[in-house]
Design a protein around this ligand. Structure first.
Ligand SMILES: C[S@@+](CC[C@H](N)C(=O)[O-])C[C@H]1O[C@@H](n2cnc3c(N)ncnc32)[C@H](O)[C@@H]1O
Length: 527
């Protein structure tokens, strides 16, 4: 089953839950089922490089991706793009002169530059609802009745394709400024994707492609074919639909997502950057009172302090790893230099999906215990460098491998307390079991990559000119670093199994039958 626009994530899925909850389809990272086949998504399937189709303005910029250092990107926003952006600001009812920011050419295409010093939390612009592109906008358009009942993102995608050829469109300037080519991995050629061999990003990318293709087929039969007079097949084709999907994924932010999905011209010129220090979202909805024409507005707030002349940036998602940035936006974040990059691992991510095997003889009890504690038969854990496995992940692992003499903890009598009991080591066998499972899984995953950590480090140090190749190297290196660290953690854990206290000792101690040094108390001894 395919899921909604914002939860289309495979099991990267919630590489922030949901990176690809596209469900189904051999996405790497699912343990134990795919332990041996992890990270071996097929590259077959003819996903050639796609040009955004349809009637595109010839003045379209090609936005290329930054890579190692987001500020090194080679992007071509022309002076006429900036003029167009200024026209756009006027056309959406915002007075450019009153704004503390202005559109400008920056290394990531068009961006916003501050005209004066800005403080964290300060409002930098507000775009009134009437200038947004929403489902309501689509409903009122000539294609409104044809898209009735479709999901918000589908409505908006079709509207984008419809409206960009409308010479009288109130968003004419906006459409001229949308990039014709996107760098999301969704638009990479087979050759480029081959550089992602073994990565979760490859799995997620292929899941995205499949999702978009399946959706397009459905939309074609439900909307396009029955309304041929409205939808010219040369404009409303898969390539164009994929482009529209890519535009929506890369230019919409909370809170205007899901049912409230909206494109907000001007607000979406803000680029991603590390200067953002405020955890609060940059996009904020201001409800209008209705009095004196006051209407809802999308307010963009500064997430950090900015000097005059500095580019104002926001964080597209502190929880997003480089793989997710590459998939959704076509760039990765890292430090200024290779050396600094190798130090910084904040965007290195790997999403591990664990599941209780259906064939486990205690599967029903285990799933029941997982359910009671807010987990399911399968759970995704986002792993990042420097943090080690979470307590929940260790507990879930212990539950997964619980067997033999420890299985009494699965009995109905213990149902409510079981999670608490297994949140600490249960037995040496159980703890060894989780280490072995994880070490096997890590090894299999690492073997699935086309290159080693050392090879990637050498490539980066030598300098990579091709921005997409850099993205690939940064992502695959990041995933491997997380896996290696995890491997190190479980190796060390395995070595300390003799020093851990297990369930049986804990019980005796709780009952006062074991002293602090682990010896039986005399009372027991005398028994
Ligand atoms: C919301 S738009 C921002 C406006 C965009 N720069 C433009 O020219 O229209 C998001 C897109 O901008 C680009 N972008 C944003 N931040 C970036 C960064 N830090 N490095 C490289 N590209 C970035 C990516 O192409 C991304 O998909």
């Amino acid at each position: 089953m395919l899921h909604d626009f914002y939860h289309i994530q495979g099991e990267w899925g919630n590489f922030h839950h949901g990176f690809v909850e596209i469900l189904g389809g051999g996405v790497p990272g699912r343990w134990p089922r795919d332990m041996s086949t992890m990270s071996r998504s097929s590259l077959l399937g003819g996903h050639g490089r796609r040009e955004a189709a349809g009637r595109l303005s010839s003045s379209r910029r090609r936005v290329t991706v930054s890579s190692l250092n987001v500020s090194t990107s080679s992007v071509e926003a022309t002076n006429s793009d900036i003029k167009e952006a200024e026209t756009l600001v006027g056309s959406i009812g915002v007075a450019l002169d009153n704004l503390p920011v202005k559109p400008a050419r920056v290394q990531s295409g068009i961006g916003l530059i501050s005209k004066r010093e800005l403080w964290r939390g300060e409002e930098i612009l507000a775009v009134p609802r009437k200038s947004w592109i929403t489902v309501a906008t689509v409903k009122e358009s000539p294609i409104g009745s044809a898209v009735e009942g479709q999901r918000p993102w589908v409505c908006l995608a079709l509207f984008l394709l419809w409206e960009r050829s409308n010479l009288n469109s109130p968003w004419k300037s906006y459409f001229k400024l949308l990039p014709a080519e996107l760098n999301s991995t969704l638009f990479w050629s087979d050759e480029e994707l081959a550089e992602l061999q073994g990565t979760q990003l490859l799995g997620s990318t292929l899941s995205f492609k499949e999702f978009v293709e399946t959706e397009f087929e459905r939309v074609r039969s439900e909307v396009l074919v029955p309304n041929m007079a409205l939808f010219d097949p040369s404009v409303f084709n898969l390539e164009a639909f994929s482009w529209a999907f890519g535009i929506l994924r890369s230019r919409t932010f909370p809170p205007l997502t899901g049912e409230d999905l909206a494109l907000v011209p001007l607000a979406d010129f803000i680029n991603h950057g590390a200067a953002a220090s405020d955890a609060r979202p940059s996009w904020e909805l201001r409800k209008g009172t209705g009095f004196f024409g006051s209407q809802d507005a999308l307010v963009v707030r500064a997430q950090g302090d900015f000097r005059a002349g500095q580019e104002v940036v926001m964080d597209y998602g502190a929880e997003k790893g480089n793989g997710q940035l590459a998939l959704e936006y076509g760039f990765v974040e890292s430090a200024e230099s290779t050396a600094a990059f190798l130090q910084s691992q904040s965007r290195d991510c790997f999403t591990l999906t664990l599941e209780i095997p259906e064939g486990d003889r205690f599967a029903d009890d285990k799933v029941d215990i997982a359910d009671i504690n807010g987990f399911g038969a399968s759970v995704s854990f986002d792993l990042v460098c420097g943090q080690g496995p979470s307590e929940d992940m260790l507990t879930y692992l212990r539950l997964m491998v619980l067997d033999g003499p420890d299985a009494f903890l699965l009995e109905a009598l213990f149902r409510d307390a079981a999670w608490g009991h297994i949140s600490l080591p249960v037995s040496r066998e159980n703890e060894e079991g989780i280490c072995t499972a994880m070490l096997d899984g890590c090894r299999a995953a690492l073997e699935g990559y086309g290159t080693s950590v050392d090879e990637d480090v050498r490539l980066l140090a030598a300098g990579i000119d091709d921005p997409r190749l850099k993205v690939a190297v940064v992502v695959r290196l990041g995933e491997k670093r997380v896996l290696q660290e995890l491997q190190g953690w479980f190796e060390a854990h395995l070595a300390r199994l003799d020093k851990l206290e297990y369930y049986a000792e804990r019980r005796l101690r709780d009952l006062g039958l074991l002293d602090d040094k682990g010896f039986m108390t005399p009372w027991v001894f005398n028994e």
